[in-house]
Design a protein around this ligand. Structure first.
Ligand code: 13P
Length: 254
């Protein structure tokens, strides 16, 4: 069975002091959880600070993006090697906010995945349709296009190291969560795509998170679905109480 993975995407929130409060309280809440992989993804400025706080614990560190080059004249950017050096194990790639507001393309996502893998970071690769696309029944076409672009020239050995996150854009920060059935339908589509392109074993093994208005009271229902293996949480990851409760409630699977 796939181990659930719950990751908190803090987006552009939390000073060092606020990060310290959140992480110290979260550590107390989930200290005995071993059957869920727990990840927090602070902004760049807090990574190394939070890394120190998480040392030897059961919470791992992730970043929210990376550049694809190892180093160079790229003002404002941070490389995968630097993220590794700061203590990250995971990195979110292709978040819809990057795609929407920073013109991120599938080609860029593909290059970033390769850079992350080269530096032994686990990419959390986000895909998802917007409301307009869903209303036009284009959801599966969009997902297929994003998967095909993201994993161009990624081999079977590499794909098994990846985590996927299905984040319907219309459910992000809107309080409008996809129903477990709506999410499951797309998760199944993604798993079938993986089976077709990388074989049954990879498809069975790869974890697919759901993201979009996940809260303590809707996570358990989502986790009951066969192909939902965890969550990528935005707003509710900013408070230790709600993120801790999501972690605990995600264990009900099986
Ligand atoms: P919300 O949980 O705030 O809807 O955000 C989801 C998200 O974008 C996580 O990456």
């Amino acid at each position: 069975m796939r181990k659930p993975i719950i990751a908190g995407n803090w987006k552009m929130y939390k000073t060092l002091k606020e990060a310290e409060e959140l992480v110290s309280s979260l550590k107390r809440q989930v200290y005995d959880v071993t059957d869920v992989d727990i990840v927090v993804c602070p902004p760049y400025t807090a990574l190394s600070y939070v890394a120190d706080m998480l040392e030897d614990g059961n919470i791992a560190l992730g970043a929210q993006d990376t550049h694809w080059e190892e180093e160079g004249a790229w003002t404002g950017e941070v490389s995968a090697g630097m993220l590794k050096d700061a203590g990250c194990l995971y990195v979110i790639i292709g978040h819809s906010e990057r795609r929407q507001f920073f013109s991120e393309t599938d080609e860029g996502v593909n290059k970033k995945i390769k850079a992350a893998l080269k530096n032994s970071l686990i990419p959390i690769v986000c895909v998802g349709e917007n409301l307009n696309q869903r209303e036009k029944s284009l959801t599966f076409d969009i997902i297929k296009e994003q998967l095909t672009g993201a994993f161009k020239n990624i081999n079977s050995e590499e794909i098994e190291k990846i985590i996927l996150a299905y984040e319907p854009v219309w459910a992000i920060g809107t309080g409008k969560v996809a129903t477990p059935q709506q999410a499951q339908e797309v998760h199944k589509y993604i798993r079938d795509w993986l089976a077709k392109n990388y074989g049954e074993q990879a498809s069975r093994q790869i974890r697919i998170q759901y993201g979009g208005s996940v809260k303590p009271d809707n996570i358990a229902g989502l986790m009951l679905e066969e192909d939902i293996d965890g969550a990528l949480v935005g707003g509710a990851s900013l408070k230790a109480d709600s993120f801790g409760a999501i972690v605990i409630n995600s264990r009900k699977k099986g």
